[in-house]
Design a protein around this ligand. Structure first.
Ligand code: NAD
Length: 264
């Protein structure tokens, strides 16, 4: 199967460590021949991200905090100077104040609502616009979402609202950039034990609940998310855009808990 991404160059945003979903995606893309550039959020993360990126042969490893648009512009400038053009972007970035990822959504503050929306949702639009300018021959943009966007998950709160807006952004961006041959999709991943995932109260409980009730009776690995990302970022999915693709062991199709578990 190697060679699917031969000759393709892409940017991976959102690796914090080797548990990150973005890292699972990066490994699979590299296995299939992609050349990768990476961003890291701040100096503290550089020492974790740089060795990982280098282990996949990457030479472009750049700081980027999406709250500071100048750093996003700097990344795009470097990509233009180094590569000239870009084939794909993986946006695996999300943040909300941990203190508001518990209790009621109704208690979300205005400040955290705005910050969560900018980092977890609007940054994808800002990056898509800049990346599209580097894709004269078309390309593929991918972001990560979660099922708390469409159904209420305890404690997910404002992140659920941000993910709903992110998914709507995927559809609007797909319509905007479709005429340029640029596809825009999202993967809705099941729960994964990551830094961001651990920020939601009772994360372990949600993890075990989905494991018990998903049709596949397990959660997903970051490499499985990587496999679906490979499809969405490669020419295999050339006719697919504006899609929210679930990689969650089928949990999203379930309506009620398993009777055998409820009776036990
Ligand atoms: P993670 O903690 O490994 O990754 C989150 C990344 O977001 C980190 O690399 C962090 O540096 C980055 N980030 C946060 N604020 C940023 C900012 N201001 N500028 C630049 N980068 C910033 O966790 P993850 O679970 O791999 O998260 C990746 C994506 O997957 C997120 O969008 C998350 O919501 C989504 N997701 C996670 C799960 C899960 O259960 N872990 C499930 C579905 C979707």
């Amino acid at each position: 199967m190697s060679g699917l991404m031969d000759g393709k160059r892409g940017l991976i945003m959102g690796v914090a460590n080797d548990h990150s979903i973005a890292w699972g995606i990066a490994k699979v893309l590299r296995q299939h021949g992609a050349e990768l550039a990476f961003t890291y959020q701040g100096e503290a993360l550089r020492k974790r991200v740089a060795p990982l990126a280098e282990s996949l042969g990457s030479k472009l490893i750049m700081p980027c905090d999406v709250e500071d648009i100048a750093t996003v512009d700097a990344v795009c400038d470097t990509l233009r100077e180094s590569w000239g053009s870009l084939d794909f972007v993986v946006h695996a970035i999300g943040f909300s104040d941990k203190n508001e990822l518990k209790g009621r959504y109704a208690d979300t503050t205005r400040a955290n609502f705005s910050r969560t929306m900018v980092i977890s949702c609007f940054s994808f639009t800002e990056i898509a616009k800049r990346a599209a300018a580097l894709m004269p021959n078309g390309g593929s943009l991918l972001t990560l979402t979660y099922g708390g966007s469409t159904r209420v998950m305890p404690n997910y709160n404002v992140m659920g609202v941000a993910k709903a807006a992110l998914e709507a952004s995927v559809r609007y961006l797909a319509a905007d950039f479709g005429p340029d041959g640029i596809r825009v999709n999202a993967i809705s991943a099941g729960p994964v034990r990551t830094l961001a995932g651990a920020g939601v109260a009772d994360a372990r409980l949600m993890f075990n609940y989905q494991k018990a009730h998903a049709p596949l009776r397990r959660t997903v690995t970051i490499e499985e998310v990587g496999g679906s990302a490979l499809y969405l970022l490669s020419d295999l999915s050339s006719g697919v855009t504006g899609e929210i693709h679930y990689v969650d062991s089928g949990y999203n199709i379930i309506s009620m808990p398993r009777p055998d578990v409820l009776k036990a």
